[in-house]
Design a protein. Structure first.
Length: 454
């Protein structure tokens, strides 16, 4: 029988074995399923959707028919899975399972069904915490340490694919630290070949000790079914999210680094004298921010957090997020062949200037836009670079003049008719005039766009 000793990130030695015989390969997962299945639930979310009139509120048709054509309300349902992680009825699922829901029900495999409420949700992490109303105590699944997971480990995926009822599939961990999987800003997934299908979202990825090591959230598929490439949010991030919900934070707060990063390509690694193209290359450091205070310099590469290797910038964000705001992180920096450690204090993004949010009104191209003063905290909320400054568009009302000229959220208004726009108050005063034409400069995705309007 082949064995291998493996050292975990915590320094412990764990022994992995391969099946010694055909009989060993025929062993059953049934005891493990019985231990965990009662902690996996179905999540039913219902929402009322307003269906617009076929005439699109056109005044001509309203006048022709002598009345306003009514919009219709329609009930839509979605189905997903969830995992009970607290005996008090705390359930973890994906945000996309319950997003926009007016009514959420949680159903167990034994037929019990309960109403639930949303305690915390975050679309960027695609996680949500629910609380079951009444009942209990419930069988909770312990949350494991996803940093101990290794490629090749056996896993089970439990959920409700296609709404057919609770289903168990098995497989192995295919890869770790996968990024560029979803459109959100979270990029650190466990990849598995355990079959995951629509309806499995929010269900559990479980190790051989019966512990939750991930929340199944995405698949790569051409036809909508499983192709053996599924992805789960690691349990350590789930644990941090559940803790935040229990503390009544009202929202999940990410650490503010005050620096920007790029992946280390093979060309960059060669130019910097690095042996491997891994890590997060520091491209810019915000003056006065945590990174500068820690002594981090542009051109250095962050290779590890608290002794755990960093594969890419997304992995750096994951590691710092799981350490959490209010704690310190030990970063290992490489500059050519030299390495050094620094301590980074993890804090919340500061609000260096009040947002002073204003709705622009009147006869001007910006009417119908809501604007605010940028700060690192608002930039974080809007998913913009922390170094962004100026007056940013946060909302554009549908059908407004601002919408008609193509103004969009996250646009930074730089100048109006030669007046530099530094605050939302400055913009409001600048649009009070009624010139023959408007000359506007807008920054969008780092590019300055100059437009003229009559």
């Amino acid at each position: 029988m082949a064995t291998a000793a493996v050292t975990t990130p915590a320094g412990e030695v764990a022994e992995r074995t391969v099946p010694p015989s055909r009989e060993a390969m025929q062993l059953s997962f049934a005891p493990l399923v019985k231990k965990t299945a009662n902690s996996v639930v179905n999540v039913y979310a219902e929402r009322m959707v307003q269906q617009r009139s076929l005439f699109g509120d056109d005044p001509f048709f309203e006048q022709f028919f002598g009345q306003r054509m009514p919009n219709r309300s329609e009930k839509q349902s979605s189905l997903g899975s969830g995992v009970v992680v607290g005996a008090d009825g705390t359930v973890v699922t994906n945000n996309h399972v319950i997003e926009g829901a007016d009514d959420i029900k949680v159903a167990f495999a034994d037929g019990r069904e309960f109403a639930s409420t949303v305690v915390l949700k975050d679309d960027r992490l695609d996680l949500a915490v629910l609380k079951i109303k009444g009942g209990g105590p419930f069988e909770a699944m312990p949350i494991g340490d996803s940093d101990r997971v290794e490629v090749g480990d056996l896993v089970l995926a439990i959920g409700n694919p296609f709404g057919v009822g609770q289903t168990v599939t098995s497989g192995i961990v295919s890869a770790l630290a996968r990024n560029q999987v979803t459109s959100g800003d979270f990029g650190f997934f466990i990849q598995t070949d355990a079959a995951i299908n629509p309806g499995n979202s929010g269900g559990g990825l479980i190790d051989m000790q019966g512990e939750l090591i991930g929340i199944n959230t995405a698949i790569f598929s051409r036809g909508g079914g499983s192709n053996g490439v599924g992805f789960a949010i690691p349990a350590n991030l789930v644990k941090a999210f559940v803790t935040s919900a229990a503390n009544g934070a009202g929202g999940f707060v990410r650490p503010f680094i005050g620096a920007s990063f790029e992946p280390v390509t093979a060309e960059v690694a060669e130019a910097l004298g690095l042996k491997r193209s891994r890590g997060a290359l520091v491209t810019a450091v915000l003056p006065g921010g945590p990174a500068e205070q820690a002594g981090i310099r542009p051109g250095e590469v962050i290779t590890a957090v608290n002794g755990i290797e960093v594969e890419h910038p997304d992995a750096l964000g994951y590691r710092l997020t799981t350490v959490g705001v209010g704690h310190d992180a030990r970063l290992t920096l490489a500059d050519g062949a030299k390495t050094r450690d620094v301590t980074l204090a993890l804090t919340r993004a500061p609000e260096t200037t009040p947002p002073d949010e204003r709705l622009i009104e009147g006869r001007n191209p910006f009417a119908g836009a809501v604007v605010a003063n940028l700060s690192p905290r608002l930039a974080e909320d809007l998913r913009m670079p922390s170094s962004s400054v100026g007056v940013v568009v946060t909302t554009v009302n549908r059908g407004s003049p601002a919408a008609r000229i193509g103004l969009a959220p996250k646009d930074i208004i730089r100048s109006v008719n030669g007046t530099t726009i530094e605050t939302s108050e400055t913009l409001e005063k600048a649009v009070d005039d009624d010139p023959a034409f408007w000359r506007v400069e807008i920054e969008r995705d780092g590019r300055v766009i100059r437009q003229f309007f009559r």
